[in-house]
Every structure is written in C-alpha cells, then in structure tokens.
Design a protein around this ligand. Structure first.
Ligand SMILES: [Zn+2]
Length: 311
C-alpha cells in the first residue's frame, strides 16, 4: 500500500515535471518583429508554439514607421524582438525598446535578435560610416531579406534563438525549419528558371530596396529615382536619370508601393519605360501573405510586361 502511494506520488511528480519542462508551463513564446517578412519566417518555424506580430506593415516604408503607444504595449509583453538591423529601424525602434522597460528585449539580451548578423549584406561602405547627407543605409543595404538564400539564413538565426529560449521545443521547431528550407529551395529553383531569360535586363528602382533580389536573379540595376537612399528625387537627378535610361535603353522603373508615383510616371513617360509597383515585403499587397509568396511576385512575366528578353 505504501509502495503504491509512493508510485502515485512519483507519477504525479513526473506529470508536473513533464508539464514544466515541455515549455507549455511557460506558455507560448511571445514574438514581436519589426517587419512582416520576419514575422512570416518566425511563424514558419514557431508554428502554434509562438504568437507573433509585426510592428510595421508590409505596405509601409520600414525606414519610417510612426511610433505608436500601442507598439510599446506589444513590446512590454514580448519574450523576443526580431529586427532587420543595419539601422533600418534606427529612426523609430530604439525609443520604443527603451520605453517598453522590458529587460528581456533590450539590446544584447537573449530576447533581442538582430537578423542581419549572418546574412549576406551588399553595399557595405568601405570608408567612414556616416549618415551624412541623409543616406539611410550607412551600414550596408538593409533590404537583404529579398534574396531567398538570406531568407534561409534568417530562418536559421530564428530557429537557434527559439531553441535557446525554449530548449524543450527543439523537436518541434527543427522539422518546421527544415520544411521551410526545403520549400524555399524548391521555389528558388523555379524562380531562377523563370528569370533566366531576363538575365542582364537593365532596370531602375525608386529606393535601393532590390539589390539582393537583382543579384540573385540576374537583373542589372543601373539607377535610382532617389539621389541617395532616403533622399527624395531632385529635378537635376531626375533629368540625369532619364538621359541615362535613354542611353542604356532601360524599360522598367520598379517602385515600392509606399512612394509617390508622380516622379516615376514622369520618368517613365520621358524615357519610354514602364512603371511597375513591386512590394518588397510580405503584406505589401493583399495577395502576398507569406515569405515564399513575396518572392513569387518578383518572377514577373516579362512577355506580359512587354520586356524584351536578354540584356
Ligand atoms: Zn532602404
């Protein structure tokens, strides 16, 4: 009898112990990301073991987000904050982190993840780092998520951090990460094949949002509507750009959805080029609901768009 009671106690203790270490006792991991791209990748790995929400929406310019008080509330409850980094969010995120007074997500804490640290970053300045003249890319190009190879690197960073914060959920997160990588690999193969006929096509973009995308898929970006990242178009720069586009026979101006189309349309008219509005993020348009769908959107149909194949 006494032995049986002892066994019962052991069993109950076992249940309590299992419950505690399973991570469920801690509840779901509360994740806040700065962009919808990061939220999408986090959701792929975290599944129903996390709750994830993005501060910026995909249709907003991620450099300039209005810091609302509701964002502070979100950050107060967060176990993990994932940001793009490279100073993309420097204009709005640091005061929100400070004002959240949440020790878990302060810079350097386990709940603070800069997703850019392992990714391939382009346009890293070789000289002195400066935001002089308003350049908003002083630490290299922060729009690196648009290369699917970087998407996989971001996913690995997120996996590692989830496991660090919830070690007992490793067996849940790892297969989800592997599945995501497999789907990105399959999609990337399709996209490369679709884009192959347009290798070397010269394009102009509004902001420097697409260099990683262009490098991966073989497009040649020859100019920008902005004179410098974050600096609105000037008449002289616009004139120079039109002349260059005529010289180089550039037929496409790619514009992020949050920029005014007045200047791009004028450039398109004068240079004989088409203006394509291309969301660089999940949530940029209604049909772009996850990371893999974002990339799908870029494999535009050149024939449909009337773009000649080849350079
Ligand atoms: Zn930028």
């Amino acid at each position: 009898m006494r032995f049986k009671t002892f066994l019962n106690i052991l069993a109950i203790a076992g249940v309590i112990f299992a419950f505690t270490v399973s991570g469920y006792a801690q509840g779901k991991l509360n994740v806040v990301t700065t962009t919808e791209d990061l939220a999408s990748i986090a959701a792929e790995i975290g599944g129903d073991h996390i709750v994830v929400e993005s501060i910026a929406k995909g249709y907003q310019d991620p450099h300039y987000v209005e810091a609302k008080p509701s964002f502070i509330l979100k950050l107060q409850k967060a176990d993990l904050l994932i940001l793009v980094g490279r100073e993309l969010e420097i204009g709005w995120l640091p005061p929100l982190i400070t004002r959240s007074a949440n020790s878990k997500i302060q810079v350097g804490a386990n709940g603070y993840l800069d997703a850019s640290l392992q990714a391939q970053i382009l346009e890293v300045p070789s000289g002195q780092v400066t935001r002089a003249e308003g350049d908003v890319h002083p630490l290299g190009n922060p729009h690196y998520w648009m290369d699917p190879e970087n998407g996989k690197i971001i996913a690995k960073e997120i996996l590692d951090r989830f496991v660090k914060l919830r070690p007992n959920d490793r067996a849940y997160f790892e297969p989800r990460y592997n599945d995501f990588v497999n789907r990105v690999n399959a999609a990337e193969k399709r996209w490369l094949a679709l884009m192959a006929p347009y290798k070397g096509t010269k394009i102009v973009t509004y902001h420097r949002s697409f260099p990683n995308f262009a490098a991966r898929f073989g497009l040649d970006i020859v100019g920008y509507v902005e004179p410098k990242p974050g600096i609105p178009p000037t008449p002289q720069h616009t004139l120079d750009l039109i002349n260059q586009m005529k010289k180089d026979s550039v037929k496409i101006v790619m514009v992020e959805p949050y920029f005014d189309l007045k200047t791009p349309n004028a450039i398109g008219r004068d240079a004989g080029a088409q203006v394509l509005v291309m969301p660089p993020s999940v949530g940029g348009t209604k049909d772009v609901t996850d990371y893999i769908k974002t990339e799908n959107l870029y494999t535009f149909d050149g024939e449909r768009e009337g773009i000649a194949q080849g350079p």
